[in-house]
Design a protein around this ligand. Sequence first.
Ligand SMILES: Cc1cc2ncn([C@H]3O[C@H](COP(=O)(O)O)[C@@H](O)[C@H]3O)c2cc1C
Ligand SMILES: O=C(O)c1cccnc1
Length: 349
Amino acid sequence: MARSPDAARPASASGLPFDDIRALLSRLPGPSAEAVAAVRAREAELVKPTGALGRLEDIAEWLAAWQGKAPPHVARPLVAIFAGAHGVTAKGVSAYPAEVTSQMLGAFSGGGAAINQICASFDIGLKVFDLASDRPTPDITERAAMSEQECAATMAYGMEAIAGGIDLLVVGEMGIGNTTVAAAIACALYGGEPEDWVGRGTGVDKAGLKRKAEAVRAALETHKGHLGDPLEALRRLGGRELAAIAGAIVAARMERVPVVIDGYVATAAASVLHALDASALDHCVAGHRSAEAAHGRLLERLEMKPLLDLGMRLGEGSGGALAVAVIKAAAACHSGMATFSEAAVANRA
Ligand SMILES: Cc1cc2ncn([C@H]3O[C@H](COP(=O)(O)O)[C@@H](O)[C@H]3O)c2cc1C
Ligand SMILES: O=C(O)c1cccnc1
């Protein structure tokens, strides 16, 4: 079908309006069949009972498929934290004040946050992307969080997360109020009642939980009739950090960087891509299952089996970063173990 001339489209700060994002999604690279074949051949020779490393074997194969090389290698993993601010916090949806978001940016640079310690424990790089965290997006119960231009520009900014030769990306977030935004997006994409998709987040009480469900209900009512397109759901129900996460996931696919998705909020952002193209998250794994119950529900919809389940409900990329330890070990076992013949161990009869 012929495209309308560029001049007919609104100008975009990023040069990436939604049409261009859709075009990018239509040419996502697939897995490397050669790398997968090479991993399987080597796996069969490694000095262990067949299949004994369980999911670590699947992870090695997945890494090779999406890095496009065998053996796979994780030497430069990165956690990208995207930070945004949300007008919907005015509706009393978080247990903590909105200013915590920018204050936590200080904690990340000072090394005092949980994610700093987890990254240091496993030699993972950390970058924080501040998406105007001093300028909240409008309250989604009243207006769209972003214009198309802003949403596309924010997705483009998120794409910068893959710069610098990384070989594994964890997508995480910081943004007081964003579990409400995640719930609104999940409810728009998958239906059901707002109550199915809201949880305690930072620890709201029963009344807070009710306010969250009401905020989601009001947002869906305000944007009714416009939420059939997943990109519209993203820009209207928003959160800049969710748009940036979606952009980062697409860019990682184009550059052959496998992705680890963190908790509920990051998964809600990823689910927008899945709703656009069911194969768009094939290069991603769920790092963990958050204690936010709706996260499990969302992972079921995406048919993703989380690597860890530690009762965490933090965000910041923390569950994803812990999963990097497992993924690194999977790659190390696959590439570093001896074969039966190298180790002079008798193979099965
Ligand atoms: C000190 C502090 C550090 C955090 N680090 C991540 N989050 C997490 O909590 C927020 C989402 O929960 P809600 O929707 O209930 O506001 C996000 O910022 C998320 O990253 C934090 C929250 C707090 C208070
Ligand atoms: O699972 C998450 O992403 C999460 C849960 C609670 C608070 N912030 C984030």
